[in-house]
Design a protein around this ligand. Sequence first.
Ligand SMILES: Cc1cc2nc3c(=O)[nH]c(=O)nc-3n(C[C@H](O)[C@H](O)[C@H](O)COP(=O)(O)OP(=O)(O)OC[C@H]3O[C@@H](n4cnc5c(N)ncnc54)[C@H](O)[C@@H]3O)c2cc1C
Length: 471
Amino acid sequence: MSLSQSEIASGLSTILGHDAVITDAQKMDAYLKEPRKRFHAPAAAVVTPPDVPALQALLRWANENRVGIIPQGGNTGLVGAQVPLLGSEVIVSLARFDRIRAIDTAAGVMTAESGVILENAHKAAEAQGAMFPLWLASQGSARIGGVLSSNAGGVNVLAYGNARELTMGVEAVLADGRLYQGLNALKKDNTGYDLKDLLVGAEGTLGIITAATLKIFPLPEDHETALVNVTSPDAALTLFQLMRQRLGGRLNAFELIPQIGLEFQLRHGMLDADPTASPSPWYALIEVTRMAGTEPGALQSALENAFERELITDATLAESLAERTRMWTFREQMSECQSKEGASIKHDVSVPIAAVPALIAEGSAAAARIAPGIRPVPFGHMGDGNIHFNFSQPAGSDPKAFMAQYDEAVHEVIYETVLKLGGSVSAEHGIGQLKVDLLKQVKDPVALDMMRAIKTALDPNGILNPGKMLG
Ligand SMILES: Cc1cc2nc3c(=O)[nH]c(=O)nc-3n(C[C@H](O)[C@H](O)[C@H](O)COP(=O)(O)OP(=O)(O)OC[C@H]3O[C@@H](n4cnc5c(N)ncnc54)[C@H](O)[C@@H]3O)c2cc1C
């Protein structure tokens, strides 16, 4: 029989002490409100365990009493994975697990607890002359455990990989309270299944990560950054291939931005100055890292070559940190500027890189057939084949009516186009509660069976993030 809300609160207080348990609705609010404003279920309580033994005791109790547990980091996830679905779950905030345990620059490893804010992990590495290259617009709030559990990507994936590739080992508490001590820092370890890779990207459905060993890299001496005018996604693709040839592993970002994004940001006063060289239908934000002892100018010379080949029509190179920051701000504000233009329909999708132009052309045409006047705003990590394929409502239309009429139909044609092109319906944001039904429709049935078998083996009572990912 399931516990009542007061039994849950009293059980939690016995294990963790009153100070670590929040049941007041107003105080719980910050943990329940998520960035998409789509999910509104309440929680039985929010708890803030102080350390690993307390977390183990909490999970043992939750497992015995069949209480649903939702691990939460910075609450910046975009698919509702970190907030309740049923209304009876307990949110476990990892905010107090906020220590950097060790940094070894010679070995290129940082051991960080799961509640460390991503930006603080960057600062800790930088203070030792190193870099942790996972960089997201939400890095001021997102925490290491959340970043790993959603296998976050961001803008440096091209050169350094996503969260999974940057993680060497994890320590995690399992559903029954046992501690998995997998904090190794080995480049080679062929002793069986890769359990780290199961926990990373599991969205808190297989265990609660308490710490991780992360790859760090020598801090670049400088960055070379440019905002480049291209006439089409096709031209951007050819340019990307040229940049790869000329710059190799130094190319760490290649982001595509449509003109409409600039229009939105200028209209709403979001930029202190226009960061582009001149008007263009599309822009590519390109960044190269320069390591100590290497000559500057690699990006400029690659772009000169692109001009000669007539692949680009204009470009501006950042001459100062302020200019580089302005270019990145322009990119990072792409999502926010859409909210100022009314409702939008969003897709975080990926296709093989060569198919990005077809995705944008076919997807935009299909959406326009369904919803005349709809404004495509596809942008993002072109170098990873990952486009945030968003659509803003027609100018001046009613946001609620637009969403009611077109949300589902536009999703359908975009996902259809993505799958036809051999892509994924979730490139970096995950499944959470937003895409549970979609996953069932599109994932290989054998893969789904394997995933369910793993879930049942590690969490037989289904207490970890119930209803998320696999439903
Ligand atoms: C403005 C903005 C920009 C963003 N940009 C990007 C981007 O470029 N790339 C990208 O990939 N994502 C992006 N995101 C999405 C989000 O920031 C990332 O998914 C981030 O990694 C989530 O971290 P978090 O700490 O906020 O996790 P939360 O939102 O708290 O949780 C996310 C998931 O992880 C689980 N979880 C949290 N902590 C733990 C733990 N210790 N152990 C086990 N499970 C845990 C939760 O249960 C949930 O399933 C963006 C979000 C915003 C708001």
